[in-house]
Design a protein around this ligand. Structure first.
Ligand SMILES: Cc1ncc(COP(=O)(O)O)c(C=O)c1O
Length: 347
């Protein structure tokens, strides 16, 4: 009963086999190998146009390097107050951005609304050169609370940001889960909606460690090869990153995996609701946030269930009482029906 994180699953067989296959023989290094071009072509296919893409091994590196392309040397990025870039990356954004700054915006379910963005744009100090210049907006898809921005919502937010002179970054650590949930194309919820640069996650979807920084606004990509190298994120044995991304995208393994994770989350959510458990947020991707009673929490833990508490801001249900626990359950491509059923049996 492991629901602690989608990082708790191993790598999916397609990716693992591709890495093993890539292990034989010699290869050019540092992204000069042929497989790197093939991975780029797959990314172009998925996004239905030519893009500049760069592979790195963690989501934090993808976000921090991508945002540094927008903000360096000293710009401000607006983001949700509970976003991973703001709360969970140990200042990597500011570090790689040469002391750039993140400013949080409130919003239900980890999402920023057009009204909240407009209001914040009015409030943020803009007296130059005394204030730091506003440079970016970072949106998380799917959000940290498991909700998805629709293509329409993204278009509205991107328009507001672009009109204010900001570039838009998307933290897509769970981008595949959002595409699967919304039943749209990758293009529709990225560049067609106005996103300028995307951190496209593969790790949570079934890779070992691989994310792509994808530039739709080519002007932002100009110095990126230097930024990645200087930041220590140009892999020498880059073929192993290429192999992962190639296998992840080929035959739409990424979508198959995301659909499975989402389906497990839907099953968990529906059954919990039927059992009278309320959920902190609607379930749109692969995360479920039930409010458990003390007794349920204790019993589940005794039976070995693994999950973590969640700090419930911007909830879509009544807040937990003193003796209740809001927790986060994350499903992955490897979550089984049996795991979900075993959890439900203890409720
Ligand atoms: C929303 C979000 N962005 C990015 C990441 C990537 O983080 P990491 O650097 O651990 O790969 C995570 C991982 O938990 C995440 O949840």
């Amino acid at each position: 009963m492991f629901f602690g994180s989608d990082n708790g699953a191993g790598a999916c067989p397609e990716v693992l086999n591709a890495v093993i296959a890539a292990n034989s023989g010699f290869s050019l290094a540092y992204g000069n190998e042929e497989m790197a071009r093939l991975a780029e072509q797959e990314i172009n296919r998925v996004f239905e146009r030519n893009v500049s893409s760069f592979l790195v091994s963690t989501g934090t590196a993808a976000n921090a390097l991508a945002l540094s392309a927008i903000t360096a040397p000293f710009g401000v990025t607006l983001t949700h107050e509970q976003s991973h870039v703001l709360e969970d990356e140990c200042g990597a954004i500011e570090f790689y951005g040469n002391s750039s700054r993140l400013i949080g915006i409130e919003g239900l379910g980890g999402k920023i609304s057009p009204q909240e963005l407009t209001a914040k744009l009015k409030k943020v100090p803009r007296r130059l050169p005394h204030a730091m210049p506003l440079k970016g907006l970072s949106l998380t898809q799917a959000s940290e609370s498991g909700l998805c921005y629709s293509a329409q919502e993204l278009s509205e937010l991107c328009k507001i940001a672009h009109d204010a002179g900001l570039k838009v970054h998307m933290d897509g650590a769970r981008f595949g889960q959002a595409v699967a949930s919304l039943n749209v194309s990758a293009a529709e919820i990225s560049w067609k909606a106005g996103v300028d640069v995307l951190s496209f996650g593969a790790t949570k979807g079934g890779a070992i460690a691989c994310e792509a920084v994808i530039f739709f606004d080519e002007t932002l990509a100009q110095d990126f090869a230097f930024k990645r190298k200087r930041g220590g994120h140009l892999f020498s044995k880059h073929r192993f990153l290429s192999a992962q991304m190639l296998a992840f995208l080929k035959d739409d393994v990424w979508l198959k995996n995301a659909h499975h994770a989402n389906a497990m989350a839907q099953k968990m959510a529906l059954s919990l609701t039927k059992k009278g458990v309320r959920l902190g947020y609607n379930v749109q991707a692969n995360e479920v946030f039930p409010v458990l009673t003390e007794a349920q929490d204790k019993r589940l833990k005794e039976k070995g269930a693994v999950y973590y508490p969640w700090s419930g801001r911007g909830l879509q249900c009544a807040p937990p009482a003193q003796d209740e626990h809001l927790v986060r359950l994350v499903m992955s491509y490897a979550t089984t029906d049996e795991m979900v059923q075993a959890f439900l049996n203890e409720i």
